[in-house]
Design a protein around this ligand. Structure first.
Ligand code: UDP
Length: 475
């Protein structure tokens, strides 16, 4: 029997961090079953049921360890979710170290793979003698920004959003300061300081495993590999869930049955990810814009909040979101649309034959899921690095349209209606769909069993880890 090689994985709190790194682990183990993965999971507050039920679906060669949870009261109140996530990991470092110690006492580990927010765990590599990597669950372009940030921080004075010219990252589409990730919008904020610290901390590892694929971002990937040759880069995506989890079986069935009755490629799916929320005025404009467009839609709606990432780390059931819709909206649009409260089985919806467009907050998983089924996008970025993803989709890949945002930060109903019609009806939208279809084919090729570029990258990693005999020998 082949020898088992052991690796460890560290996530950061929240299902949207846990799922990508464990889906990567699953994919890796499917192709390389002679490996075993131990996953350490920090948590802010008690580990949520959604985490526990997801862990139950894992194969037996992934062992997960729920680390002692961090008390919410011990962290800064009202901080940006990214800061809370980062601080939770920092406070979990002693238990991560203890776990690594007991694991390596039993048997050596070949590698540790940390989620981007868990970058501090890379520092244990020397002590316990394993290779270490960041699993970067977003675009190569976003990674390129992180790796260039320490230099940008030195070179740029003032706020990035006030720069008159775009920032040119090698091999990437130019991006204006206002479209840089949320923490970069205010350089004196804690979020920015942590973002910069994280970017610097990345350099403690041996390389980066990225959930993108060569054919999607080849110029960015080549430029990084050339310029930052002290690291290894592995594009292993797209790795996404095969099925979305569902909160309520009946609602899932209801929306899929509703889609069955709609014409081919006629429905716009509207969703802002696992935690994105809109303000009340944005909900009003979006509702009226959907109505004005006359197109069919399936909208996953959350109760409003003035903080776009309000629901991100919050597992509480909120009040009924439907009561925040403009008066009479549901009645007037009942022939054309369906509104689902808070959560929907996204993967099943996007792959349904009647879905022809996706109005998305451009979270990277949503982007990849849309690429995999060839559905073009209307970009509605809210937080994190979503604006940058929107720039990549619109200016770089030309598979999405971006509405103009009004001076008050809200997109007006007429503009919403215009971009919906553009995507769903007009030649411009058809051209975007065609390009998305091409990307869909490339995405499928990348993960092909023998010849795919991402499959090849995973094999390179497996060979490296199997042959690993200690940090000293590897340098
Ligand atoms: N998702 C889902 N149903 C929903 C909302 C989101 O299944 O109603 C899934 C979606 O398919 C994706 C993930 O949650 O896999 C969202 O990840 P993404 O990176 O797009 O955004 P985030 O939640 O991190 O903002």
């Amino acid at each position: 029997m082949a020898k088992t090689t052991r690796i460890a994985v560290v996530t950061s709190p929240g299902l949207t961090h846990l799922v990508p790194i464990l889906e990567f682990s699953k994919r890796f183990l499917e192709l390389h079953p002679n490996f075993h993965v131990t996953c350490m999971i920090p948590s802010l507050g008690p580990h949520p049921d959604s985490t526990k039920s997801y862990l139950q679906t894992l194969p037996s060669n992934i062992h997960s360890i729920l680390l002692p949870s961090i008390n919410k009261q011990d962290l800064p109140q009202g901080a940006y979710p990214g800061v809370l996530i980062q601080k939770t990991v920092t406070r979990s470092l002693p238990s991560i170290r203890e776990t690594l110690k007991s694991l390596t006492l039993r048997e050596p580990l070949a590698a540790l793979i940390a989620d981007a927010y868990a970058f501090e765990a890379l520092s244990f590599a020397k002590e316990f003698n394993f290779l270490s990597y960041i699993y970067f669950p977003s675009a190569v372009m976003a990674l390129s920004l992180c790796l260039h940030l320490p230099k940008l921080d030195e070179q740029v004075t003032g706020e990035y959003k006030d720069l008159k010219h775009p920032i040119y990252l090698p091999g990437c589409v130019p991006v204006f300061g206002r479209d840089l990730p949320f923490p970069m919008q205010n350089r004196s904020s804690d979020a920015y300081k942590l973002y910069l610290e994280r970017s610097k901390g990345f350099s403690n590892g041996n390389g980066f495993i990225i959930n993108s694929f060569l054919e999607l971002e080849s110029a960015a990937m080549k430029a990084l590999a050339k310029e930052k040759s002290c690291f290894s880069f592995y594009a292993v995506g797209p790795i996404t869930q095969k099925r979305s989890s569902s909160n309520d079986g009946d609602e899932e069935l209801e929306c899929l049955r509703w889609l069955d009755k709609q014409p081919h490629s006629s429905v716009l799916y509207v969703s802002f990810g696992s935690g994105g929320t809109l303000s009340q005025s944005a909900i009003n404009e979006l509702a009226l814009g959907l109505e004005l467009s006359g197109q069919r839609f399936l909208w996953v709606l959350r109760a409003p909040s003035d903080s776009p990432s309000a629901a991100y780390l919050d597992n509480q059931k909120k009040e009924d979101p439907l009561k925040f819709l403009p008066s009479g909206f549901l009645e007037r649009t009942k022939e054309k649309g369906l509104v689902l409260p808070s959560w929907a089985p996204q993967v099943q919806i996007l792959s349904h034959d009647s879905v022809g467009g996706f109005l998305s907050h451009c979270g990277w998983n949503s982007v990849l899921e849309s690429v995999q089924v060839g559905v073009p996008i209307i970009t509605w970025p809210l937080f994190a690095e979503q604006r940058m993803n929107a720039v990549l989709l619109v200016d770089g890949l030309k598979v999405a349209v971006r509405p103009n945002v009004g001076e008050d930060g809200v997109v007006e109903k007429e503009e919403i209606s215009k971009v919906i019609k553009c995507l769903m009806e007009q030649d411009e939208g058809k051209a975007m769909r065609k390009r998305m279809e091409d990307l869909k084919a490339y995405a499928a090729d990348a993960v092909k069993k023998d010849a795919g570029s991402s499959t090849h990258a995973l094999s390179q990693l497996a060979t490296k880890w199997e042959n690993f005999s200690g940090i000293e020998d590897n340098n």
